[in-house]
Ligand binder design. Structure first.
Ligand code: TGC
Ligand code: FAD
Length: 392
């Protein structure tokens, strides 16, 4: 029997054959960038809880990764599957790095691209695509996480202006952003506002002491009588479906992305198992180790096939929110399991920062919670199956 020596679980099913030349090229470019520019530094950034986000954003802009599946305004205009593959490679570096790109492209840029006026798009999107302008997306509040419909941040008309008051919590890129897309209650319902972060009354404070997603800036936004002109409002949407539509985009990136973190854990564990000697041989000799590797490879491949299927549906314009929930729920859940199992293969070494596994495992806890917790996605699937909403 011929010996197969796959370096990656995905090579077992020859996943490459399912991608177009362009998709493979994009994937390979991002993978090479992550290997040379992210992996050598990420452990230090993580330990320090600091990263050169502005420089990274510019590099991502040059690579065409910011708002990459959007058309026009300096965006690359790739298909959605390519965006997913890029997220996977970025998250093989670190979930925080993928977060930077997700929030910029899928949340802040997408909100403006989808619901903004022509003038708003012309003003903001080219700089955001270049990475010279950083955006954040303020939906969550301290008392309204899973239930954003209850948000207290409000916007009131004052003559021709708007006045915003409230606080937003857990906002990725908040204190490094040049522009914040802020969702607020108005007389007509929830609306989105484009808030330049230099506006009087706006402030952002970095949240310290995180033990997960340390290579990512997370902040509290405070809006105190922030006065904005009439044209700061996103004109083309009213209601929760505005922010939820943006979440569909970012959740799609995560359902690919999380598999990158899992793949990096798996590859680290596979390699380690071949070199670590116990009982006079490599621990890969043990059937129990092989069972772990085989099960992880299986879940990685199933997760990838699911992601790719959902990517193809999205590219055909047929992807539904409950399908995104299914993908995000499954792939993040399985990725956490893969990280935990990989950690066991490394024994004590698995808990150190010398290897990436514990960092990925800690990051994936945030990934399981943000962009809809696993419970919220279970309930979304439950609602699709029964027609009954069990959120309340
Ligand atoms: P519900 O009554 O279900 O819906 C209200 C309106 O919203 C519409 N809608 C959607 N539209 C598009 N896509 C979706 N996925 C949608 N889900 C709901 C819906 O059709 C309705 O529209 P209309 O016109 O009829 O009014 O709303 P609900 O209040 O019962 O809420 C339930 C639920 C589950 C939808 C929602 O609250 C939820 O998903 N909660 C989770 C919140 C969340 O995911 N927050 C994420 C914040 S951003 C973030 O985490 C960034 S992390 C970034 C990173 O670093 O990567
Ligand atoms: P809660 O909503 O309080 O949930 C607590 C628990 O209760 C969870 O297990 C939840 O599933 C469960 N629960 C809640 N409701 C139900 C229900 N109906 N049925 C069953 N169980 C339920 N938000 C932004 O707007 N922008 C960002 O950029 C952003 N970045 C983030 C970055 C990080 C690192 C983190 C950790 C969060 C970020 N978030 C951001 C916030 C994130 O979206 C919220 O944390 C998430 O939506 C959950 O809200 P919560 O933390 O308030 O938990």
């Amino acid at each position: 029997m011929s010996q197969i020596t796959p370096q990656s679980a995905l090579e077992l099913i020859n996943a490459d054959s399912l991608l177009s030349d362009e998709e493979r090229d994009i994937r390979d470019t991002v993978r090479a960038y992550v290997e040379s520019e992210i992996k050598p530094h990420i452990a230090t950034w993580y330990e320090d809880g600091e990263l050169p986000a502005r420089e990274l954003a510019k590099s991502f802009g040059s690579l065409g990764l910011l708002g990459m599946h959007l058309e026009g305004y300096g965006c690359a205009g790739t298909n959605a599957t390519s965006y997913g593959l890029a997220c996977l490679e970025l998250e093989a570096g670190d979930s925080g790095i993928r977060s930077l790109v997700s929030v910029q492209g899928s949340l802040a840029m997408f909100a403006i691209w989808k619901f903004g006026s022509e003038e708003q798009k012309e003003q903001w999107l080219p700089g955001m695509a270049e990475g010279t302008t950083i955006g954040c997306f303020g939906l969550t509040e301290t008392d309204f996480g899973s239930n954003p419909s209850g948000m207290r941040t409000n916007a009131k008309r004052d003559g021709d202006d708007w006045v915003l008051n409230g606080t937003k919590m857990w906002i990725t890129n908040g204190s490094i952003a040049d522009v914040a897309v802020v969702w607020a209650q108005t007389e007509e319902g929830i609306r989105g506002f484009i808030v330049p972060t230099t506006t009087k009354g706006f402030s952002a404070k970095t949240i310290k002491g995180k033990l997960s997603l340390r290579a990512s800036v997370t902040s509290e936004l405070v809006l105190e009588n922030v006065k904005l002109p009439q044209d700061a409002v996103l004109p083309n949407v009213v209601g929760l479906k505005g922010p939820m539509s943006c979440l569909n985009e970012a959740r799609f990136g995560i359902l690919f992305g999380s598999l990158g973190a899992a793949r990096d854990c798996f590859e680290t564990a596979r390699e380690y198992s071949l070199s670590r000697i116990q009982f006079d041989g490599p621990i890969a000799n043990f059937q129990l180790t092989q069972e772990k590797l085989a099960n992880m490879a299986l879940e990685l491949q199933k997760g990838f096939l699911l992601a790719l299927h959902l990517g193809r549906l999205k590219d055909d314009g047929k992807l539904r929110p409950e399908q995104i929930s299914l993908g995000k729920l499954n792939n993040v859940r399985e990725s956490i399991e893969i990280a935990r199992t990989s950690r066991t293969i490394l024994g004590a070494n698995g808990i150190t920062g010398e290897y990436p596994i514990m960092r990925h495992a800690a990051n994936l806890e945030s990934v399981l919670t943000y962009e809809g917790t696993s419970e919220i996605h279970l309930l979304t699937i439950g609602r699709a199956l029964t027609g009954i909403s069990a959120f309340r």
